[in-house]
Design a protein around this ligand. Structure first.
Ligand SMILES: Nc1nc2c(ncn2[C@@H]2O[C@H](COP(=O)(O)OP(=O)(O)OP(=O)(O)O)[C@@H](O)[C@H]2O)c(=O)[nH]1
Ligand SMILES: [Mg+2]
Length: 293
């Protein structure tokens, strides 16, 4: 699927110093880690794939977590589960805010520890806690997942990218230590369509994009998804929310028409409204990505 080429999204190469630094520290700490929990956004499981992560992980055990389970429908969850299975990958779906699916992640992590300590004992070494790191793009719910795994709020988690600034080890029990890491983004976002989706989902910093361009491209994206797979999407989510049908307009003209209708022509405010509504789930369980055929 190609997004509308009428726009240049003008994604700024946003790679601030604190992320570069976090990435460097993360690579160092990774040496100490036994298992990596790679967290992605269930609305965009492919666009929240960070191309360098496999290389960082190397031969370590990895658990793939698709978080924000509540923001996709059961039908879409099933499509992704099947697709990943065909790729030979097991996925854990979680809602790190409410806790669904977290026990399974916890069990799988602890199981790694059992294996680890068996190997240690075989070599005459004392057992130690298994060390797990949670990594992924900003704002995908890494810290929320840690809080859920611990069962109380031990690290800061909030609705904006870039909340976690420092790597932080949290000891959960005699058996498990978790490392919370700041979100990482590739130094260069090559793929404009992935960049668009990351921006819409608030998984990269706001400094990286223009709200109006992103909101307009989002409307186009919804129209395109709708044309391809209407059966797995909510019924015309934009019309339901705003009482204005997007299907025969471009995103840009939709944004302008909606701003006239609702916000006295204030296009920026309208763009923010659309993005906020999507992010808060007011447009329903609307995935921005479906498994490739
Ligand atoms: N609806 C929903 N919200 C979630 C879920 N997981 C986390 N959140 C919310 O998403 C926001 C971001 O969560 P964080 O845990 O701060 O995300 P993070 O990946 O640690 O973000 P950075 O530290 O900025 O990289 C918070 O407001 C969470 O409450 C989820 O499964 N569903
Ligand atoms: Mg965090």
């Amino acid at each position: 699927m190609g997004i509308n080429q009428n726009y240049k999204l003008n994604l700024i190469q946003w790679y601030p110093g604190h992320i570069a630094k976090a990435e460097k520290n993360l690579k160092e700490q990774l040496k100490l880690v036994d298992v990596v929990l790679e967290v992605r956004d269930a609305r965009i499981p492919l666009s929240t794939f960070h191309p360098q992560i496999p290389q960082w992980i190397g031969n370590k055990k990895r658990l793939l977590v698709l978080n924000r389970l509540d923001m996709i429908s059961e039908q879409v969850r099933q499509l992704w589960a099947d697709w990943f299975k065909r790729q030979g990958e097991q996925v854990f779906f979680t809602n790190a805010q409410q806790g669904q699916g977290v026990t399974a992640v916890s069990k799988a992590t602890q199981a790694t520890g059992v294996e680890l300590n068996q190997r240690r004992r075989d070599r005459g070494m004392l057992p130690r806690p298994v060390r797990a790191v949670v990594i992924g793009f900003p704002n995908v719910g890494k810290s929320a997942l840690i809080n859920r795994l611990v069962g109380r709020r031990v690290v800061e988690s909030a609705a904006r990218p870039g909340v976690t600034r420092q790597l932080r080890w949290v000891r959960i029990s005699e058996d498990l230590e978790l490392l919370d890491a700041p979100g990482v983004i590739p130094a260069k976002l090559e793929d404009q369509e992935a960049g668009l989706k990351l921006a819409v989902c608030d998984d990269i910093g706001e400094a990286a994009y223009d709200n109006q361009l992103i909101a307009a491209a989002f409307v186009d994206l919804v129209n395109e998804l709708y044309a391809i797979a209407p059966d797995v999407l909510p019924e015309n989510p934009l019309r339901s929310r705003y009482d204005l049908d997007p299907t025969s307009s471009t995103g840009e003209s939709y944004l302008h028409n909606l701003s006239e209708l609702r916000h006295k022509g204030d296009v920026e405010r309208t763009a923010r409204q659309i993005l906020t509504d999507f992010r808060k789930g007011f447009l329903g369980t609307l995935p921005l990505e479906l498994p490739p055929n």
